[in-house]
Design a protein around this ligand. Structure first.
Ligand SMILES: [Zn+2]
Length: 541
C-alpha cells in the first residue's frame, strides 16, 4: 500500500444487511459489488458464509464477474470454544468461500468473553491465535476485526491489547478496532487508537464504527488522524440499529479534508451514483440532506444566500459540488429574481441572457404560478420543462385523448378497488389501456405506464417513490386547491414534479405527465450527446 493511502473496506453486503428493512437479493448483491468495484473500493465484504446459503451463493456467483480493483472478502467468527480450528465448521465454511482475503472477528472485551463466549480469558486468546493461524496457513490474507474493542479497552486495556497481540501472533495482516455498540465518542476513539498505535507501531490498524451516537463518521476520521490506515463502513451508512459509518461521507472527507488518498480522485464523482443505487435497493427515498451526495447538499433558497453564492460560491459552499458529482441548486420560489431564473436555466443548458425576453417571460409565468399555489422548490423537473416550453423546445411525447378513473367499495369489510382506463396518442398510434391500482392515482399511473412502455422501453427503469398532497386554502372566494408533488427515480437520478388543481386527479395527472415527459426528454438529450450508459463501463465476466 502506498504511504499515506487509506484502504476502504465496504461492508454494505454483510453488516449493512443487518439493518432493519434492508435486505438484498443475490442479483442486488452482485450489482452493488460491481458498482463498488467501479468506484475503486479496495475490499468488499460479501457476507458470512456460515450464516446463510445466500451468502455462500454470492461467493460462487461473484467469481463469474471480472472485477478490476476490488477484492472480495468473506467474513466469519473465530472458532467455537468447544472445538479446535481444524474441526470448526464455521472456519471450514469461511475457507470454502474461496476468497484470497478473510476477515475473522474475535472478542476483545472481558465481559463478552465471560458472558457471550462463556469461556476463560486465556482460552479466548488461544482461540484468536489459533483461528487466525489456521486460516493464514491456507494462504489467506487475514484482516482481524477486534469486536467491542473500545468497550473492552475501557474495561481492561491490558487484556484488550493482549487479544490484538494474539491475532498478530496468529499472522493477521490488519488489526481492525471495532466500536461494535457504537457508544464511544470520537475523542475517545482517537485517544485509544493513538494508545494502540504506540504499542503496535508497525502493523496496519483499521477502524470499524457504528452510528449509535451519530458520530460514526467523525470517529472513523479521528482514528485515521491517529494513524489508522484502513476504514470500514457502508454506503449511506446502512446497518443494524442506527447504522454503520457512512462511506459516502468518509471517502470525500478523507480526500478533500484530510488530503488522504483512497479511491482515485476521478472516481469521487461516482460516489453519488453508488449512493443512489443502494438507496434504491433499500427501497427508501434518497435522504435529501445527506452530506456531499444529497440533492439538498448544495441547495440555496432565495434572498441573500443565492445572490452571494452566485457571485462567489465559496460564500455558502464548503467545497465545489462537482468534486463529488453533485451540483448547485438554486431553489425557485416567488422570491426569485431574473438572475436566479437565468442561472437555473443555464444549469439546464439554456443560456438566457440577462435581458433575454424568454427569461422575462419565464419569470412572469413562475411568479403567476407560484401565486396560484404551484411550488417549484421540490419540483425542478417541472421548472425545467417550463423553461423548455417557453423556448419552444418542448417535444410532446404523448397526447391525452381521455381517461376515466373509478373507485369502488362494496362493503365496510372490503378494501376499495381503483381502476383507470386511458386513451393516449403516441405518434400516429392510439393506445387504449386499463389497469387496477392501490388507489386512483396509482391506477392512473399504471394505465399510463402500460400505454407508454410499448413505445418507450426506458420507462421500465422509472418509478414514482413519493407522492405528497397538500390542500391549499381558497383565496378571494375561490375553492380550495390541491397541490400534488411527485418524486420519481430511474435508479440513477431523482426528480420532482408538481401539479395544481381544484381536482386531486387533475393535479396528479399534471405531476405525472411532467414526470414521464421529463424522463423521456432527459434520456433523449443523453442519447443525442452519445454519453455511453454507465453499464457499458462494466466488464462482462
Ligand atoms: Zn459492525
Amino acid at each position: 500500500m502506498a504511504p499515506g493511502r487509506i484502504e476502504i473496506y465496504d461492508t454494505t453486503l454483510r453488516d449493512g444487511t443487518q439493518g432493519e428493512n434492508f435486505s438484498l437479493s443475490l442479483f442486488d448483491k452482485v450489482r452493488v459489488a460491481r458498482k463498488l468495484d467501479e468506484l475503486g473500493i479496495d475490499y468488499v465484504e460479501g457476507g458470512w458464509p456460515g450464516s446463510n446459503p445466500l451468502d455462500m451463493t454470492f461467493f460462487r456467483e461473484i467469481k463469474k464477474h471480472c472485477l478490476t480493483h476490488t477484492q472480495i472478502v468473506a467474513f466469519g467468527a473465530t472458532c467455537h470454544p468447544g472445538t479446535s480450528p481444524e474441526k470448526d465448521e464455521n472456519l471450514q465454511m469461511l475457507l470454502s468461500a474461496d476468497t484470497a482475503v478473510l476477515t475473522v472477528f474475535g472478542k476483545s472485551w472481558t465481559l463478552q468473553v465471560r458472558d457471550a463466549l462463556r469461556t476463560t480469558l486465556k482460552k479466548n486468546l488461544a482461540i484468536i491465535r489459533g483461528s487466525v493461524a489456521f486460516l493464514k496457513a491456507h494462504d489467506k490474507r487475514i484482516i482481524y476485526d477486534a469486536e467491542h474493542f473500545f468497550d473492552g479497552y475501557k474495561a481492561d486495556p491490558r487484556y484488550a491489547l493482549s487479544t490484538l497481540e494474539a491475532a498478530l501472533e496468529g499472522g493477521a495482516a490488519t488489526l481492525v478496532l471495532c466500536d461494535t455498540n457504537g457508544g464511544t465518542l470520537p475523542s475517545e476513539i482517537g485517544a485509544i487508537v493513538a494508545a494502540v498505535r504506540a504499542q503496535f507501531a508497525k502493523i496496519a490498524l483499521g477502524i470499524h464504527t457504528h452510528n449509535d451516537t451519530d458520530t460514526a463518521v467523525a470517529s472513523a476520521l479521528a482514528a485515521v488522524e491517529q494513524g489508522a490506515v484502513h476504514v470500514q463502513g457502508t454506503i449511506n451508512g446502512v446497518g443494524e440499529r442506527c447504522g454503520n459509518a457512512n462511506l459516502c461521507s468518509i471517502i470525500p472527507n478523507l480526500r478533500l479534508k484530510l488530503g488522504k488518498s483512497c479511491i482515485h480522485e476521478d472516481q469521487l464523482v461516482h460516489v453519488q451514483v453508488v449512493s443512489a443505487l443502494v438507496a434504491e435497493l433499500a427501497n427508501e427515498p434518497p435522504r435529501h440532506n445527506q452530506p456531499f451526495v444529497g440533492r439538498s447538499a448544495f441547495a440555496h433558497k432565495g434572498g441573500v444566500h443565492v445572490a452571494a453564492v452566485l457571485r462567489n460560491p465559496e460564500t455558502y459552499e464548503h467545497i465545489p459540488p462537482e468534486l463529488v458529482g453533485n451540483h448547485r441548486r438554486v431553489l425557485i420560489s416567488d422570491l426569485s429574481g431574473r438572475s436566479t431564473i437565468s442561472h437555473k436555466a443555464q444549469a439546464f443548458g439554456l443560456d438566457l441572457g440577462k435581458d433575454d425576453p424568454i427569461a422575462r417571460k419565464v419569470l412572469a409565468e413562475i411568479k403567476a404560478r407560484v401565486h396560484e399555489g404551484f411550488q417549484y422548490e421540490a419540483a425542478e423537473a417541472s421548472f425545467e420543462l417550463l423553461v423548455h416550453r417557453a423556448r419552444g423546445l418542448q417535444k410532446s411525447y404523448f397526447t391525452l385523448l381521455g381517461f376515466h378513473v373509478s373507485d369502488t367499495k362494496r362493503s365496510d369489510m372490503e378494501e376499495p378497488q381503483a381502476e383507470a382506463s386511458i386513451r393516449v396518442k403516441v405518434g400516429q398510434q392510439e393506445e387504449h389501456t386499463a389497469a387496477l391500482g392501490h388507489g386512483p392515482v396509482n391506477a392512473l399511473d399504471n394505465a399510463l405506464r402500460k400505454a407508454l412502455e410499448k413505445h418507450y422501453v426506458n420507462l421500465k427503469e422509472m418509478r414514482l417513490f413519493d407522492y405528497k398532497v397538500r390542500v391549499l386554502p381558497g383565496v378571494d372566494g375561490t375553492g380550495a386547491k390541491v397541490r400534488v408533488l411527485i418524486e420519481s427515480t430511474d435508479g440513477v437520478s431523482t426528480w420532482g414534479t408538481v401539479g395544481l388543481s381544484v381536482d386531486i386527479l387533475e393535479a396528479s395527472w399534471q405531476a405525472l405527465t411532467d414526470s414521464y415527459t421529463y424522463k423521456l426528454h432527459k434520456d433523449e438529450l443523453k442519447q443525442q450527446q452519445e454519453i455511453p450508459p454507465a453499464d457499458s463501463m462494466k466488464c462482462i465476466g
